[in-house]
Design a protein around this ligand. Structure first.
Ligand code: NDP
Length: 251
């Protein structure tokens, strides 16, 4: 846990970083924080208006001009992922990091009541879309001198809990994929691949998962950014195939 990490202001200077689910919650905070530390960010998400608002905030805070790539993982195809890679390649000529942050909870319900169609949607958004997007981006990442790929996990991706269904299964799959890809890339490339569990954080998704909880008792997305910065920047070099937490474990 790098919750006390103090990122130097130019930590990500010169780097191009893709953030998925950049329009809201933790992804929005990460996009703003990465931009504030010098990165050029590619804002990917499904709601254009939210991405435009983050774009404007980055410009207002004096960050490098971002790019917007609207994409809904539900329905996205290999062609879309290749288009993303082509556009990043032609616009920036490099990619130094990916924060896979977009996620769908899909509600909580017993497995016996889980609609198969909803299960597929959650798996598509949380794991299948992100892994094929990653494959399309590999050539760009391989060309970077120091690339960091971060997949977002969850407490239920490490220990299953009743009612969490496809969401929990998708996060276990995320942890597994991180280990496989990290092991494959370790010897040949400078790409590190790790998983990051934000911990309970004050967002719309958390409010959906725990409607009776007082949001004021939760850390904000901004408060968990130290670990997001550490894992994206050069100070985490040498770490790959590992799992990290952005908060101390809840007591
Ligand atoms: P939010 O619901 O606040 O934000 C999720 C983001 O993902 C939104 O920007 C949303 O877009 C985007 N998204 C959702 N579905 C799609 C899709 N089909 N295609 C593209 N983008 C999509 O969630 P959080 O910020 O809380 O969650 C961020 C990550 O952290 C997730 O992976 C989540 O599983 C994980 N996490 C969160 C925890 C918490 O306590 N908050 C705890 C553990 C893990 P739009 O804004 O357009 O809806």
């Amino acid at each position: 846990c790098k919750i006390d990490y103090q990122a130097p202001p130019g930590l990500l200077a010169g780097r191009v970083i893709l953030v998925t689910g950049a329009g809201d919650g933790i992804g929005r905070a990460a996009a703003l924080s990465y931009a504030a530390h010098g990165a050029t960010v590619v804002l990917l998400g499904r709601t254009l208006g939210k991405l435009e608002a983050v774009y404007d905030e980055i410009e207002a805070q004096g960050g490098a001009q971002p790019a917007i790539f609207p994409l809904n993982f539900e329905g996205a195809t290999h062609k879309d992922y290749q288009e993303l890679a082509d556009r990043i390649g032609s616009e920036f000529g490099r990619l130094d990091g990916v924060l896979h942050n977009a996620g769908l909870l899909g509600g909580l319900r017993p497995f016996a009541d889980y609609e198969p169609e909803l299960w597929e949607r959650v798996m598509q958004v949380n794991i299948n879309g992100p892994i094929w997007m990653t494959r399309a981006l590999l050539p760009l990442l391989e060309a970077s001198p120091d690339a960091s790929v971060i997949f977002t996990s969850s407490g239920v991706g490490r220990r299953g809990r009743a009612l969490w269904g496809a969401y929990a299964v998708s996060k276990f799959a995320t942890e597994g994929f991180v280990q496989v890809l990290a092991a494959e890339l370790e010897a040949e490339t400078a790409i590190r691949v790790n998983s990051l569990n934000p911990g309970r954080t004050r967002t719309a998704m958390r409010a959906e998962a725990a409607p009776d909880e007082d949001p004021a008792t939760l850390r904000t997305p901004e408060a968990i950014m130290p670990t997001y910065l550490w894992l994206m920047g050069p100070d985490s070099r040498g770490h790959t195939g590992e799992r990290f937490d952005a908060q101390p474990p809840a007591r």
